[in-house]
Design a protein. Structure first.
Length: 170
């Protein structure tokens, strides 16, 4: 199913699901529990900043997973919302705008006593499509070791050429 979603165009429902996943993966941000780390960096594809995307750090040792949005090539996860230190599988999604505008007309109920979330006439959303192959997301080959504290410059220089993708941690 994930492979199929990489081929089809993304729509409003995909972004709704993404928002729910990111919200759930963020969890509660209290001081108790296992150690968490701050992580930030850049993501590029063939030397160009990823304009719109997501990045997730999935613990390989059973620790906490964390995800965030990539905007104009940059991402940052605070220590309160961050993953646990140790080995991580990295999952990156990137999208580009198609130039088409979708109109969402199905209204979802809002909170009690408030208007529905979709305005009359529909909500206009720019259509996007995924641009990365499965080796960066559903079948990710990317890994990184996160250290205690602040992990800066955890950069991913992705290439659509299968022979030249790197991860640099400085």
């Amino acid at each position: 199913m994930l492979r199929d979603s990489l081929v089809r165009r993304s729509g409003p429902a995909d972004y709704f699901v993404l928002c729910v996943v990111l919200t759930l993966s963020a969890g509660c941000s209290g001081d108790s529990g296992p150690e968490r780390v701050k992580v930030s960096g850049r993501v590029t594809i063939d030397g160009t900043d990823v304009a719109l995307g997501t990045i997730a750090f999935v613990s390989r040792s059973g620790g906490r997973t964390a995800a965030t949005m990539i905007n104009d090539g940059e991402y940052s996860i605070s220590q309160n919302d961050g993953p646990t230190p140790g080995p991580q599988k990295v999952v990156i999604q990137a999208h580009r705008k198609t130039g088409k505008v979708l109109t969402v007309t199905k209204s979802l109920p809002g909170p009690p006593g408030e208007e529905p979330a979709i305005p009359p006439g529909g909500l206009k959303i720019e259509e996007t499509e995924p641009i990365l192959p499965a080796r960066f997301n559903s079948e990710s080959e990317l890994t990184v070791e996160l250290q205690s504290g602040n992990n800066r410059n955890v950069d991913f220089e992705l290439s659509l050429d299968t022979s030249s993708t790197t991860e640099e941690q400085q």
